[in-house]
Design a protein around this ligand. Structure first.
Ligand code: AMP
Ligand code: GLY
Length: 449
């Protein structure tokens, strides 16, 4: 029998009180962190789950504390004052800023890579160089320190101003997913170079830039949990980054995801593990940046096989939501084992065989400037639907009301006997929820069909 994935906390409730359970703090406030809080709170090992700063959804499934993810001192103080046993860091920025290093230096157990290991996401140049040195399939690339060098490269390589220029221009550093510009023409490439390294639209992230070959194919996300020795690969998921249906419109943080994706079959998964994940974990160890945490490979499934577009050093958002909806094992046990370097001793989790999908509902105007502070209605009715879990992202509780406070507001997640059944159920829940200006993509998971 498939487990009742829509309410994992029921199984845990009876054991949480009698076992001397763990106090866990999750850092972040997105849909990923709500899914983590929900899943970790369901563990029989969890006594208390805090989320800093959290959202209106984590306020229900856990306890929010008003500390920003960037506030290292505040987090350290809270952890000491509240005898927190384990900190789970959701987003990349605090990882790159060394939150895990600081917690560990203070004797506190923390899940996530060190700042040195988080460079894999924090610096695209570091990542590309590591991939090249370890012979891991990725797009060909060159790095540049100035806009003029990069522009000269484009003009020399593509002398005809009208010829196709299939390149991608990337800022080296973190730019909230925006520092990647996919180009088709010479003027687009030159404009992208100017935005990143000329006018510095992404600030210091553009101190170095990469020009790489533009790859063609479907994209997939393969995530693995690792303690630096053992790798636990999770089922493949597919994100939907462009804002509108049919993959049109501006890029976003991700408008929906489903899992597993049939685009990655068992044979390709084995190849991804053998040719990408294992060599990266080894290469990180060799470069004295042992990687512990979640390794997220963003892949392009090209006709020549899967190639790495990027690495992230954390769970994907929204991929985390459908993934955790299907995970049957104890995530907290796995996370604790990673922090103790004994992932190899833990039984891999089971997975609900049924697929799951997450549809992101967004605010009017997102991914540009968006409207906030509008009351969200229908959440209770959506929650009553079977096999549905509404994960919150940009929400806040104000008085008795839930309002939107971010661009991506909710991740409406459902599980079903087929991808289309899961899709139907997720959109049924979406239809129950309303606030002025709310919108979502209507075609999440269609790429699987
Ligand atoms: P990244 O943050 O590096 O994953 O890039 C964001 C998005 O840009 C990816 O999800 C792809 O859609 C696209 N992209 C990045 N690199 C390439 C590439 N070499 N070829 C084609 N598309 C790319
Ligand atoms: N869903 C893409 C990301 O988390 O980076």
């Amino acid at each position: 029998m498939p487990q009742d994935t829509a309410s994992p906390s029921s199984a845990a409730a009876s054991t949480a009180n009698d076992a001397p359970g763990k106090t866990v703090l999750i850092v972040g406030n997105g849909g990923r962190e709500h899914a983590l809080a929900w899943k970790i709170a369901a563990s029989p090992r969890a006594a208390k789950v805090f989320v800093a700063p959290g959202n209106a959804g984590t306020a229900v499934d856990a306890t929010n504390v008003p500390i920003e993810a960037s506030d290292k001192e505040g987090i350290l103080r809270f952890v000491k004052e509240n005898q927190v046993d384990l900190v789970v860091v959701g987003p990349e920025a605090p990882l790159v800023a060394g939150l895990v290093d600081d917690l560990q230096a203070a004797g506190i157990r923390a899940f996530g890579p060190s700042a040195a290991a988080a460079e894999l996401e924090g610096s695209k140049v570091f990542c590309k160089n590591l991939l090249r040195s370890a012979n891991i399939p990725t797009a060909d690339y060159q790095t540049f320190r100035t806009a003029s060098d990069a522009s000269r490269f484009i003009k020399d390589r593509y002398p005809d101003a009208n010829q196709a220029v299939p390149v991608v221009v990337k800022a080296d550093g973190l730019a909230a997913g925006k520092g990647v510009i996919v180009c088709a023409t010479r003027s687009e490439a030159l404009d992208a170079i100017n935005r990143i390294a000329g006018v510095r639209e992404f600030g210091e992230a553009g101190n170095t830039l990469i020009i790489e070959e533009r790859l063609e194919g479907q994209e997939a996300s393969v995530l693995a949990i690792t303690d630096g020795e053992t790798i636990l690969t999770l089922p493949a998921a597919q994100d939907h980054k462009p804002a509108y249906d049919g993959d049109t419109g501006p890029n976003t943080g991700g408008m929906g995801a489903y899992c597993p994706t049939p685009l990655v079959d068992a044979e390709m998964m084995a190849k991804v593990e053998r040719d990408i994940l294992v060599p990266v974990v080894h290469a990180m160890k060799r470069s004295r940046r042992p990687f512990r945490g979640v390794l997220y490979a963003g892949l392009m499934l090209t006709s020549a096989g899967p190639k790495v577009l990027e690495f992230n050093v954390r769970f994907g958002d929204p991929e985390c939501q459908p993934l955790l909806m299907r995970m049957q094992g104890d995530l907290l046990e796995i996370i604790e084992a990673v922090t103790e370097g004994r992932l190899g001793e833990v039984e891999p989790p089971g997975w609900d065989e049924r697929p799951s999908i997450c549809v992101v509902m967004a605010s009017e105007g997102y991914p540009g400037d968006y409207e906030k502070g509008r009351e969200i209605k229908g959440l209770e009715r959506a929650a009553e639907l079977p096999e549905v879990k509404v994960f919150h992202a940009g929400t806040q509780q104000v008085g008795g009301k839930v309002i939107n406070s971010g661009g991506r507001v909710l991740g409406v997640t459902a599980i079903g006997n087929s991808i289309s059944a899961a899709k139907l159920q997720a959109y049924k829940a979406v239809r129950e929820i309303r606030w002025p200006g709310a919108w979502c993509r209507k075609d999440i998971s269609d790429k699987a069909l």
